[in-house]
Design a protein around this ligand. Structure first.
Ligand SMILES: [Zn+2]
Ligand SMILES: [Zn+2]
Length: 175
């Protein structure tokens, strides 16, 4: 689907709004319409780790639009915050400590999913690094994993929740 996103093209550049193509959600992924996203220092300095062009944003909040076939924790229409990523299948994840995930650095700053693919590209087909902390939420829509998508109550304002996503706790590992 076509989305609008804030793209950083070069380290010397600022963010520019562009039309990008967002992938279809995979079986364990969620498409979220972003309502609010906190702006954190990490978004402004990670261009030295993530290959450019890239879409940053890691404190997103919004409404679920679509879910992959194996997603059961959220459904379309649910209000969610997006948290930090974790693989769900390493010792840290199994111990309930996803912040010690063996794959955290790659999932956060690789500009890609775990398999190396990016969910974002330009209309020309040029790859754009996405999946920043498995969300890249400086955009109208983001693909997140079920693990870092946290349902929240209906009566909390999403515009206040964006900044809390990164601090909330992912789901326990599945066995
Ligand atoms: Zn942050
Ligand atoms: Zn892990």
């Amino acid at each position: 689907m076509k989305i609008a996103a804030a793209v950083r093209d070069r380290a010397s550049d600022t963010f520019r709004i562009e039309t990008l193509e967002l992938d279809e959600p995979r079986d364990d992924e969620v498409v979220v319409r972003i309502v609010a996203a906190g702006v954190c220092h990490t978004d402004l300095v990670s261009h030295d780790r993530v290959p450019l062009p890239a879409v940053f944003g890691h404190e997103g909040a919004g409404i679920v639009e679509r879910v992959g076939r194996r997603v059961s924790r959220v459904k379309p229409g649910d209000r969610v915050v997006l948290s930090f990523p974790s693989c769900g299948a390493c010792p840290g994840c199994y111990e309930g400590a996803p912040y010690r995930c063996d794959h955290l650095a790659q999932l956060a700053f690789g500009g890609a999913r775990r398999d190396g693919s990016s969910p974002l590209k330009r209309p020309s087909g040029e790859r754009v690094s996405g999946a920043f902390l498995q969300q890249s939420s400086f955009a109208t829509h983001a693909i997140a994993t079920e693990r870092n998508t946290i349902p929240i109550a209906d009566d909390v304002p999403l515009e206040l929740m964006g900044r809390w996503g990164a601090a909330s706790r992912p789901a326990p590992a599945r066995s």
